[in-house]
Ligand binder design. Structure first.
Ligand code: SF4
Length: 439
């Protein structure tokens, strides 16, 4: 049996795509290996959303040159966003690369690899195939256990064209999968023992809107509520402009929908939001936050921020800080703006100096760390229902689980708690996790 190593850079969508690659290759007799030196095939799943992830791709490709020299039979392929953007230019730039495949070519991988092997041709295939085939996930190969948690792609692509983002260019327009097909996949995963599902899409809030007669995202959640054995449903990502009252109403009503929403706001200033082409104002966003909190008290809200977007003034940044203070997020992911090729923002004037971006980022993160810690501290002494999903990273003899609000809880307990929901009294709070004891 041949061996394939898959290296993944970037977001959850990319991790999901890598799992699909693994399944596709598994279906044609490739075994996954963690050791690159043993592989007959190395696939690099790339991300170009942030400069850092892209740099990692080129650094890994550079390191693979020696391996290819020592093993000329090795096939190296690059997929994902960088592949989609660069296409044949990547083959020119990296002479030891054999295959470049686009974001909608994953299911063609076996044929492409065969073509490379048999004809010894170097190939670039980045067509944007329309239709469902690219998105259809294969169910688990026989003998493989999906584990307790799994993610299911419900749509791909994006129609929003935020000024800083490459996704619409590299993943194409939005396309939703059929709800019956998603239901069948979730039922099959639940029958294999999966208890928690993460529904994935660039903007799940607009699920179904681009498909005639299809359910809305709220309708899909209603459908999945009834899947036997499915304890928890989570989803990501939600675009604030498409967060409907119908979807907000699902929290607290659908029994297995966790009380957590990741709602990326990116900035708190209307002029920055407008230049970002986000399609909402800070007032719209704050109103939706109030509605969410009113409908589902205790819901955890997390967000993404970009600081130092072109022309962002100190006053704009203060508005971002003001919004962060008003919402009191459970946690945030925040980044310095970096120019991404092909995006409108990369041509915007008035780029903010790196040093200034760094200062703003530090101020934002310092404030948020205090809020996150203080939110965790309010849980000390409470009893939380924790679904146990594995071992603690720091002390593997302890168990690790999450509250429905997505807080990580570590606690001592026997391994057979895995997959069970247990009441845990919280005793200590840290920035990234909680510690407790089973009661
Ligand atoms: S919604 Fe905006 S940031 Fe998100 S994937 Fe689409 S274009 Fe990118």
């Amino acid at each position: 049996m041949k061996q394939v190593h898959i290296a993944t850079f970037g977001c959850q969508m990319n991790e999901r795509d890598s799992q699909t690659m693994a399944r596709v290759m598994n279906g044609c007799d490739y075994r996954i290996t963690e050791r690159m030196e043993q592989a007959d095939l190395i696939l690099i799943n790339t991300c170009s959303i942030r400069r850092k992830a892209e740099e990692k791709t080129y650094s890994l490709l550079g390191r693979l040159k020696d391996l290819k020299n020592r093993n000329p039979g090795l096939v190296i392929g690059v997929g994902g966003c960088v592949a989609q953007q660069e296409g044949p230019r990547l083959l020119e730039r990296v002479p030891h690369l054999d295959l470049v495949f686009g974001t909608r070519m994953i299911h063609q991988l076996p044929a492409l690899i065969e073509e490379v092997r048999s004809g010894k041709n170097r190939l670039s295939r980045i067509e944007m195939v329309q239709g469902e085939l690219y998105v259809r996930d294969l169910l688990m190969a026989p003998g493989c256990s999906p584990g307790l948690k799994a993610s299911v792609t419900i749509m791909q692509g994006c129609n929003n064209y935020c000024a800083y983002c490459v996704v619409p260019y590299v993943r194409g327009p939005e396309e939703s999968r059929g709800s019956r097909e998603i239901l069948a996949e979730v039922e099959a995963l639940a029958a294999e023992g999966v208890q928690e599902i993460l529904l994935l899409g660039q903007n799940v809030n607009s699920y179904g809107l681009n498909r005639e007669g299809e359910l809305t995202f709220a309708g899909l959640l209603d459908l999945l509520e009834k899947v036997p054995g499915l304890e928890r449903i989570r989803f990501t990502t939600s675009h604030p402009k498409d967060l409907s009252p119908e979807l907000m109403g699902c929290f607290g009503r659908i029994a297995n929908l966790c009380e957590h929403i990741h709602l990326p706001v990116q900035a708190g200033s209307n002029s920055v939001l407008e230049r970002m082409n986000r399609g909402y104002t800070r007032q719209d966003y704050l109103k939706k936050i109030d509605q969410l909190k009113a409908r589902c008290p205790g819901i955890a809200i997390t967000s993404d921020f970009i600081v130092g977007f072109p022309s962002e003034t100190e006053a704009d940044f203060e508005e971002t800080m003001d919004l962060v203070k008003a919402v009191q997020f459970d946690d945030i992911f925040s980044f310095k703006y970096s120019n991404r090729p092909q995006t409108p923002a990369s041509n915007f004037p008035d780029q903010v100096a790196e040093e200034e971006k760094g200062r703003r980022l530090m101020e934002l993160q310092t404030y948020q760390k205090k809020v996150t810690l203080s939110k965790h501290q309010t849980l000390v002494g409470t009893i939380q229902q924790v679904w146990v999903e594995g071992n603690s990273k720091k002390s593997p003899q302890d168990r690790m689980g999450r509250t429905r609000t997505n807080k990580i809880v570590n606690f001592p307990g026997p391994p057979d708690l895995l997959g069970k929901t247990v009441p845990v009294r919280i005793e200590k709070a840290y920035i990234n996790s909680l510690k407790g004891v089973v009661v």
